[in-house]
Design a protein. Structure first.
Lengths: 55, 470
């Protein structure tokens, strides 16, 4: 048995043309490659700090 | 494929030929992105739009620069009726790859048909209004609004789904099923539509599921109500008359209406129209009679006026004759007066005497007039006769016989012994072609002046006339 109230919550307002610009600007475009590059940077930074502590 | 660090073109090796960065994992991610794109494409080809959206989102999460995946995602959104989401994807695609991008063509298609874009925007706004109605528990209004939305854009899947949910909520399962089926026809993999369809079918009678045409009728013939956790579906007792009661009612109403019109309304109306026509006819005949009477009256007036006119004309004629007589008397008196004042002024006397014509005098001249005239002619007749004779002779010579006849007549009138005037009067008649008067004049010359030279000439002329007539 479908619960009307719960089902209704699943429906979101449709995007209107006036909001298109805002939607485009606010869209999160980061992909896996960006995450990977970030990970590599973090790893490199951590390695540098570790070597500094050893010295 | 380009290096994520320096942007150089990568080779088959697992490091960048330019910067030496390791690209093994990166290449794997790109490969996964392409695999998801292929999966999305396959799903889109069988109209599994929800599945295609999911796969293409995965592809773009792995590689945001997968232009083909992004453009395809825009197309799938457009097919679902989500025009703004579609345009967003195409704009981002164009931003990532400005040259040689199919997104250009897609956006041109939308831009070149502004009315269609406006229609899409209106449907979106109405959908949002309908959703707002739902949240505020105005479900009937929401249904009406959604019907409008779907009439404007039948491909708007979310509107179909919301309408199906509303139908499910108010117990209209057949319509809910129809809407869910429409959604599934547009998007074969839509999970929500499948759930609604399943729910609608589970709530319908077995006979309902067999035929979609009979669904509505069957739905009206049952009573559903909830008893605890169970839904009771009880058929309503019907027979032929109750089932088709409305049709019988309409037929009976039409028959009664026609009968009432035939027996009650029509006769009264015809009677009133006849009475009205009779009144009009009597009014017209009265008017006609009065006009006929007036015409008769006018005709009598015309006859009396004509009679009066004739009398007046006769009176005017008598006045004219009296005037002529009076005028002749006046002229004679004026001529005598002129002579008494100046006997040498023959020109004036001649002019005044020209107005006297014995032929125009009514009943002839009076004795006093004749006496005066004769006495005056003794004094001036010879001179006036000469003048008139000369005038007539000039006219005769110039061929003006009418003037000649008039002048010779005057000359003989002034002096009855002027045989030349009389003879030339006959000649003037003869030359003008009036042989009857010429003969009369010639006869007068022969009879009255038999011992003159003119009498012989007149006889010759008479012989000529007689020979010509023979």
């Amino acid at each position: 048995m479908i619960n009307f109230e719960n089902e209704l919550k699943k429906f979101r307002p449709s995007l209107e043309i006036e909001d298109a610009e805002e939607i485009i600007y606010n869209q999160d475009l980061d992909d896996m490659a960006d995450v990977l590059v970030g990970l590599l940077k973090d790893a490199k930074a951590e390695e540098n700090s570790h070597q500094t502590r050893i010295r | 494929m380009k290096c994520y660090r320096c942007g150089a073109e990568l080779t088959e090796r697992e490091y960048c030929p330019n910067c030496g960065a390791g690209v093994k994992v990166y290449k794997r991610i790109m490969s996964l992105s392409n695999r998801y794109y292929n999966e999305g494409l396959e799903r889109a080809e069988i109209r599994d739009l929800s599945g295609a959206i999911e796969s293409l989102h995965q592809s773009l999460k792995l590689n945001k620069s997968n232009i083909q995946a992004r453009n395809l995602l825009g197309l799938v959104y457009y097919e679902c009726g989500e025009v703004v989401a579609a345009l967003s994807e195409w704009v981002i695609s164009k931003n990532l790859k400005p040259e040689d991008n199919a997104a250009d063509d897609y956006m041109d298609l939308v831009r070149n048909d502004p009315s269609r874009l406006e229609t899409f925007n209106q449907t979106i706004k109405k959908y949002n209004i309908a959703l707002n109605h739902c949240h505020q528990d105005r479900l009937d209004m929401a249904v009406i609004q959604l019907k409008k939305v779907l009439s404007m854009n039948p491909g708007f899947i979310r509107a179909h789904l919301l309408l199906a949910l509303l139908y499910l909520n108010n117990g209209n399962y057949a319509k809910a099923k129809t809407e869910a089926q429409k959604s599934l026809k547009l998007d074969t993999g839509n999970v929500m539509a499948k759930r609604y369809l399943k729910e609608a079918e589970s709530m319908m009678l077995p006979s309902d599921a067999k035929s979609s045409e009979e669904k509505e009728n069957t739905n009206n013939d049952v009573v559903r109500y909830q008893s605890g956790n169970e839904t009771i579906i009880q058929p309503v007792r019907t027979n032929v008359f109750t089932r088709s009661g409305s049709i019988w009612g309409i037929v009976l109403g039409v028959v009664l209406g026609v009968a009432a019109a035939y027996y009650l309304i029509l006769p009264a109306r015809i009677q009133s129209m006849n009475a009205s026509f009779r009144e009009q006819i009597s009014a017209i005949s009265e008017e006609s009679d009065s006009k006929s009477a007036k015409i008769g009256e006018y005709e009598q007036q015309i006859a009396s006026l004509n009679t009066e006119l004739e009398g007046l004309r006769e009176e005017v004629g008598s006045y004219k004759e009296t005037e002529n007589t009076g005028s002749a008397q006046g002229d004679l008196m004026a001529a005598v007066s002129t002579y008494l004042n100046n006997p040498e002024d023959m020109d004036t006397i001649e002019t005044q005497m020209n107005g006297i014509d014995f032929n125009n005098m009514d009943g002839g001249a009076s004795k006093q007039f004749d006496d005066l005239y004769n006495a005056f002619m003794v004094l001036v007749g010879e001179e006036l006769s000469k003048r008139s004779y000369n005038t007539g002779y000039e006219a005769y010579r110039s061929g003006d016989y009418e003037t000649a006849i008039s002048s010779f007549s005057k000359a003989f009138q002034y002096d009855s012994t002027n045989v030349d005037a009389l003879y030339n009067l006959g000649n003037a008649y003869y030359e003008s072609g009036d042989t009857d008067n010429a003969k009369v004049v010639y006869d007068q010359v022969v009879n009255d002046f038999s011992d003159t030279k003119s009498a012989g000439s007149a006889e010759t002329k008479l012989a000529e006339i007689n020979n010509a007539s023979d």
